[in-house]
Design a protein around this ligand. Structure first.
Ligand SMILES: Nc1ncnc2c1ncn2[C@@H]1O[C@H](COP(=O)(O)OP(=O)(O)O)[C@@H](O)[C@H]1O
Ligand code: SF4
Ligand SMILES: [Mg+2]
Length: 351
């Protein structure tokens, strides 16, 4: 890859001026109409990602991470799902206002998604070379021969050994880790400005997880893309993300540059997640687990949705929803990029 990929203003990129985020989600609400009632899956999410930046979105299963991603990509299961409110600005433009045929054109060349399960995301009856090549045939009108050469090049990029001889193999002939690399290659093919990777390594063995995550991080830097990395595992994102948004019950409860979050979490839920990460130096100790389960989103608890599970909960937590507010030092200095939705964030971060 040439160095032209290293700056946000590189030729051929429509990233706009460097200050405009690639993606900005504003006050997003997504709900599902079910027989039991309205499930409020996403309740006012705000986050943004710039070119060359990695945002990790963390939270237990059911917190609304994937639904937010599906709303961004325009692949929400609709009905029953619908965006009830909010804006999704892609390179400054609210894509929720675009007709479906315009949104479809963004998928592939502008934004792409990597799913957890490559085996169901890839088509079992076509060779991987065929599926990779299709990206170039359909979007760039390339000949079959050139598209195949491009497919091999991409397989090389994602470090699939002997790409030239494996290009005609089918998805099931690859290992889980190699299939995930093929999905990364598919996502990268048209050099989009944004990639959303939804639990990209969850289905893999721990050692393969790290290799795939490193590869993704390396390619993200090289292509200067915005990357949203969705995970339920705080341990997985530590080395690759710049910043993090912690989600609970469809809301962001804490935002922070990644390393500061590890040092000083400003929300009891984040504290709980950090304490549940297995540590090599604490072998034999019983691992902490946050008690209880995430709420049913048909009827989330009143006040702070985390209150039934929170060791720090007080009366106000059962009545008043805490707003996501900037976090400051004890002398009032704002901590850049940090915010918390907890009535008692001061005690959590400074206590
Ligand atoms: N197709 C659907 N129909 C009804 N409810 C759904 C649907 N998809 C997701 N949800 C609801 O949205 C919530 C958030 O889901 P999701 O974003 O997939 O969570 P996660 O954070 O694990 O990715 C789920 O708990 C579920 O209640
Ligand atoms: S607002 Fe209350 S219940 Fe919610 S996280 Fe903070 S202390 Fe816990
Ligand atoms: Mg999910």
């Amino acid at each position: 890859m040439t160095t032209s990929h290293v700056t946000a203003q590189a030729p051929g990129r429509r990233s706009g001026d460097a200050d405009t985020p690639v993606l900005e989600v504003r006050d997003l609400h997504v709900e599902f109409k079910t027989r039991e009632g309205i499930v409020k899956a996403v309740n006012g999410v705000n986050y943004s990602v710039r070119a060359g930046e990695t945002l990790a979105v963390l939270g237990e299963s059911g917190s609304g991470k994937s639904v937010t991603a599906q709303a961004i990509m325009g692949i929400l299961d609709s009905p029953p799902g619908r965006v009830a409110k909010g804006e999704i600005l892609f390179q400054g433009q609210d894509i929720l206002q675009l007709p479906e045929n315009e949104r479809r054109k963004l998928r592939g060349p502008k934004m792409a998604m990597i799913f957890q399960d490559a085996l169901s995301a890839l088509n079992p009856v076509y060779s991987v070379g065929n599926q990779l090549g299709e990206m170039f045939r359909v979007h760039q009108g390339m000949s079959k021969k050139d598209a195949k050469a491009k497919a091999i090049e991409l397989m090389d990029r994602v470090k699939i050994p002997a790409a030239g001889s494996r290009v005609n193999d089918y998805p099931h002939q690859f290992s889980g880790g190699m299939r995930q690399r093929i999905m990364i290659a598919m996502a990268l093919a048209l050099e989009p400005d944004l990639i959303i990777a939804d639990e990209p390594t969850t289905a893999l063995d721990v050692t393969v997880q790290a290799q795939v995550m490193d590869l993704l991080a390396e390619l993200q830097r090289e292509y200067n893309m915005g990357l949203i990395l969705i995970t339920h595992d705080l341990g997985v994102v530590a080395d690759v993300a710049d910043k993090i948004a912690v989600m609970y019950a469809g809301r962001i409860v804490e935002q922070s540059p990644i390393h500061e979050l590890y040092k000083r979490p400003a929300h009891p839920y984040t504290r709980g997640l950090l304490d549940s990460i297995p540590r090599l130096d604490q072998k034999g100790h019983e691992l902490y687990a946050i008690k209880g389960l995430p709420p049913n989103l048909l009827k989330a608890p009143s006040g702070c949705a985390f209150n039934p599970r929170c060791p720090k909960a007080q009366d106000i937590c059962r009545t008043d929803v805490p707003a996501l507010l900037p976090v400051t030092e004890t002398d009032g200095t704002e901590l850049a990029g940090r915010s918390s939705a907890c009535h008692f964030w001061k005690e959590q971060i400074h206590g």
